[in-house]
Design a protein. Sequence first.
Length: 207
Amino acid sequence: MSVRDAGELGGRRVLYSGAPDGLRKVTDSKTARYLFAERDLPARLRRNPSEWLKLENVTLNNLHQLSVEFPIGLFTSISGVSGSGKSSLVSQALVELVAAELGHEPPAAEESSEDAVDLAATVPGMTSGHITSGMQFIKRMVNVDQKPIGRTPRPTWRPTPACSITCVARLRQHRPRKSRKYDAGRFSFNMPKGRCATCEGRGICQR
């Protein structure tokens, strides 16, 4: 299925529903542009990492003596079939090893994981392996997972990851705040002065 646009502009009109090959003829579909690459696409500058965080001999759950490198300074995605060890690697092993290097307490164990072979063995400190290089570029770690990261009386709204990594806090300290006489409430989704007047901070505006 293909819709016209994303966000508020998406989902209003279905352009096509059927086998992928039939989407070739739908000229208004942005999905077809990328799926078949038959039309000009905007040029994108490729960013090549200059530094890497290298892990050696990582063993946890169904990961055995794994060596892996994560690019530093880039948005990175880990993909694989169910049970391949994505959660064990990223949400557990990587977090534990980096936390140990930074001198942090081991994170609490996840209650469930689709990639964990033995949930009973998924406890802090069970990861073996070590970081061989790249830690000199890591000064702080923030683990943002799929669990709710805050409490709110509005059931349809949850804080954004930007709140967890203190981006919003830095905005509150920015110079334009003082020049325009904004207080901290101007940057809060829960305060009338900072949230959308239509949806009142729920994140969805009905039209």
